[in-house]
Ligand binder design. Structure first.
Ligand SMILES: Nc1ncnc2c1ncn2[C@@H]1O[C@H](COP(=O)(O)OP(=O)(O)OP(=O)(O)O)[C@@H](O)[C@H]1O
Ligand SMILES: CC(C)(CO)[C@@H](O)C(=O)[O-]
Ligand code: BAL
Length: 285
C-alpha cells in the first residue's frame, strides 16, 4: 500500500503523537528523492530496526552551491512513492518549502572543522545547508534513529557530529553503499550521465579498490596516488577534485597508520560530479 504523503508539519506531528502513544520506535530516512536501490536499502534498514518509518523527500536549496545543479536535480515524486510501496513505509514527508524555511527564516547550523575539507572545500556552504536541513528534519520528525548512506561518507560524519553536539536524541546509523554491477555507486545524479559516460563511470570504484589493496599491502599513498590519477584520466575522467587518504573519524590527513582510514574521491565525468569512498583498515605501520 502507498504510504500517505504529508506536506505540512502539523500533519506529521499528529501522526507522530499517535505513534508515540503506541510506544513505537520511529525511524527516519532523509532523501532528496529520485529514489534508487541505495535509498531503498536505507528504508529496508530502517524497517528492520524501527516500528514506524518516515521517508522525507526535500530538494534542499540551501545545500546547492550551483544553480544549474539545483535546477536539473531530478524530481520524480509519484515514481518515488510507488517504489516505497512494497516497503510498508508509514509516511512520506514531502514538506512544502515554507514548512522548512518559513518567511524570515534566519538560522544556520554549521559544523566546524569536519566541513572545511574534501566536499567542503569544493562545495562551499554545502554542509551548512545539509546540517541545517537535517537538524530541522531530525527535530520535526522526532525520530529515534536516522539512516544515511556511506556513499556520502563526509555527510554521514557531519550529521553524526551535529546530532551529538546539539544533544538531539537520535541514533545516526550509516549503511553500506549500494553499487551497480560495474561497481559504480548508485546516485540520483547518475541519471544525468550519457550512456557513454555511464560505461566509463564504472572504472572509478576499481581504482579505489586497487589503491586500498596496495595500501593494505604496505604501499605508501604518496607513491601510488599519481598512478591512480593517471588511470582515471586515461579512462576519460576530467578534473579530479580530490583523491585523498584520511582518518576515517575526523577526515584529517592520516597521521597515525594504526587509525581506521578512508579513501575518498570526487571526480568529474561527462559534466557530472561523482563521489565515492572506501574503507582502508589494516594499514601496515
Ligand atoms: N548508492 C547508495 N548506497 C547507499 N546509500 C545511498 C546511496 N546513494 C545515496 N544514498 C543515501 O541516500 C540518502 C539520500 O541521498 P540523496 O537523495 O542525495 O541521493 P543520492 O543518490 O546521493 O543523490 P545525489 O546525486 O544527490 O548524490 C543519503 O543518506 C545518501 O547517502
Ligand atoms: C541528507 C539530505 C537528504 C539532506 O538534504 C541530502 O543531503 C541527501 O540526500 O543526502
Ligand atoms: N547526496 C548528497 C547531497 C548532495 O549531493 O547535495
Amino acid at each position: 500500500m502507498t504510504a500517505p504523503i504529508l506536506r505540512r508539519l502539523s500533519d506529521l506531528r499528529a501522526l507522530h503523537s499517535d505513534w508515540r502513544r503506541e510506544g513505537a520506535r520511529i525511524g527516519l530516512v532523509p532523501t532528496m528523492g529520485a529514489l534508487h536501490e541505495g535509498h531503498l536499502s536505507l528504508v529496508a534498514a530502517a524497517k528492520a530496526a524501527c516500528d514506524r518509518v518516515i521517508v522525507t523527500i526535500f530538494v534542499n536549496p540551501k545545500q546547492f552551491n550551483n544553480a544549474e545543479d539545483l535546477a536539473k536535480y531530478p524530481r520524480t515524486e509519484l515514481a518515488d512513492a510507488e517504489k516505497l510501496a512494497p516497503y510498508g513505509v508509514d509516511a512520506i514527508y514531502v514538506p512544502d518549502p515554507d514548512q522548512i524555511y518559513p518567511e524570515g527564516y534566519a538560522t544556520t547550523v554549521s559544523v566546524a572543522g569536519l566541513t572545511d575539507v574534501l566536499e567542503g572545500e569544493f562545495r562551499p556552504g554545502h554542509f551548512d545547508g545539509v546540517a541545517t536541513v537535517v537538524a530541522k528534519l531530525f527535530l520535526q520528525c522526532g525520530a529515534d534513529a536516522a539512516f544515511f548512506g556511506e556513499k556520502d561518507y563526509q555527510q554521514l560524519m557531519v550529521v553524526t557530529r551535529m546530532a551529538r553536539d546539539l544533544d538531539i536524541p537520535i541514533t545516526v546509523q550509516g549503511c553500506a553503499t549500494v553499487r551497480e554491477a560495474s561497481g559504480l555507486a548508485m546516485s540520483s545524479r547518475n541519471l544525468r550521465l550519457s550512456p557513454e559516460a555511464l560505461g566509463k563511470a564504472g572504472q572509478l570504484y576499481p581504482v579505489l579498490q586497487d589503491l586500498a589493496n596496495q595500501l593494505r599491502g604496505g604501499a605508501d599513498f604518496g607513491d601510488i596516488v599519481a598512478g591512480a590519477r593517471a588511470t582515471l584520466a586515461t579512462a576519460g575522467f576530467g578534473e579530479i577534485e580530490y583523491l585523498d587518504l584520511r582518518c576515517a573519524e575526523t577526515l584529517e590527513p592520516l597521521s597515525r597508520p594504526d587509525r581506521p582510514a578512508r579513501l575518498l574521491v570526487a571526480a568529474w565525468l561527462g559534466g557530472i560530479r561523482l563521489i565515492d569512498n572506501i574503507a582502508v583498515d589494516q594499514l601496515n605501520d
